[in-house]
Design a binder for this molecule. Structure first.
Ligand code: B12
Length: 300
């Protein structure tokens, strides 16, 4: 389990440098640190990840930070990791999934790219294998649980939003049980400095409208993986759009079930078919959004 707060000594051990160097970097502001009442430096793990992603320092003892052993970021690329990750997801090897994901994150991939180009693609293949009777359905369910836990680890690695961060909320509708995409949207926005929270799955449109009126977010996202009745969905979409328009919230929609004929029936501020598109749109709403390093080139 990833440690949320670490000491300079632990970070020094993890990356194979002296504690003195580490403390010097803290004092120069290269690593975020606070002091205990007794004057000892304490480092949030999100700041350590930020430093490692920017400086390119290799991790030689990941377990000291609570990461799986052999987590590194030397040569992690999405192309190389995708198949290994699919196998690990199908086999329920949580430690391997965590190792691969943290390796990609440390190598500089954005969370949006990890989700769009690794997880979503792996789940497409897992769905295909299930459909063709190659894997039992429990393997797919277990894979979802594992990904949620690993997203939790990634959340700890991301710098928390500043107090004046723009707010975003989102969810899925009543008849949509798909949990992963909406959780990924929240984390993707958080990475670029938004205060973003997913309200999960299975929400009646009326309660999402109430949330928009109460919270007045800058952005509301709706993830749509399945639709039971088109007429009902169109009506839900109408209510959400009108409520969002009344309070000046941008309504962003995305998800597998939003085919073109469906999209033609609803109104929204933006349709995004990937998290990468969402990041681009969110930046148009908030110029303070943190610039993530461009991910290493990804062949799709
Ligand atoms: C896991 C899964 C389930 C689980 C989900 C559990 C959970 N905790 O979420 C559960 C058990 C609910 C389930 C049930 C069923 N499933 Co299912 N499921 C899947 C599977 C394998 C993965 C879905 C997933 O989460 N993918 C990972 C996410 C991250 O990827 P994504 O949804 O593509 O999202 C990406 C983008 O679309 C985008 N995005 C999504 N939302 C949003 C929102 C915004 C704002 C933005 C910006 C972007 C964005 O960003 C994401 C990252 O890139 C898919 C396979 C597939 N092709 O996806 C089948 C799949 C969707 N299921 C299928 C089927 C058949 C079913 C069932 C009918 C099975 C059954 N007989 O009961 C039921 C139907 C349930 C229902 N009410 O609709 C079929 C659908 C076929 C079809 N023609 O539509 C698929 C395609 C599998 C297959 N190949 O046959 N399923």
């Amino acid at each position: 389990m990833i440690k949320h707060i670490v000491t300079p000594k632990q970070v020094a051990l993890a990356i194979g440098v002296s504690e003195a160097s580490l403390k010097r970097w803290c004092d120069k502001g290269l690593l975020r640190a606070s002091r205990t009442a007794g004057g000892h430096r304490r480092l949030p793990i999100s700041g350590v990840f930020e430093f490692l992603r920017q400086s390119g320092h290799q991790i030689v003892r990941p377990e000291v930070l609570g990461l799986p052993t052999t987590t590194g970021h030397g040569d992690a690329t999405i192309e190389r990791v995708r198949e290994l990750m699919q196998a690990a997801l199908e086999q329920g090897d949580e430690e391997q999934v965590e190792r691969l994901v943290m390796g990609l994150y440390l190598a500089g991939y954005s969370i949006g790219d990890i989700c769009d180009k690794a997880f979503a693609e792996d789940f497409r293949r897992i769905g295909h294998n299930w459909e063709n009777g190659k894997i039992e359905v429990y393997r797919e369910r277990r894979a979802c649980e594992i990904v949620h836990r690993v997203l939790g680890q990634l959340r700890a690695a991301v710098t928390p939003p500043p107090p004046d961060a723009p707010c975003a909320i989102g969810a899925t509708l009543e008849y949509d049980p798909y949990t992963l995409a909406t959780a990924m949207v929240a984390l993707t926005l958080r990475e670029i400095g938004w205060s973003a929270e997913s309200y999960g799955t299975g929400n009646p449109a009326s309660t999402l409208c109430a949330a928009i009126r109460d919270q007045r977010p800058r952005l509301f996202w709706l993830s749509v993986s399945t639709i039971d009745s088109l007429e009902r969905f169109v009506e839900d979409g109408r209510q959400l759009y009108e409520t969002a328009a009344q309070v000046g919230t941008a309504l962003v929609v995305g998800g597998r079930a939003l085919t073109e004929p469906v999209r033609q029936r609803i109104r929204y501020s933006a349709y995004c078919d990937t998290l990468g598109h969402l990041v681009a749109f969110a930046r148009t709403l908030d110029s303070r959004s943190v610039q993530t390093k461009p991910s290493p080139a990804v062949a799709t």
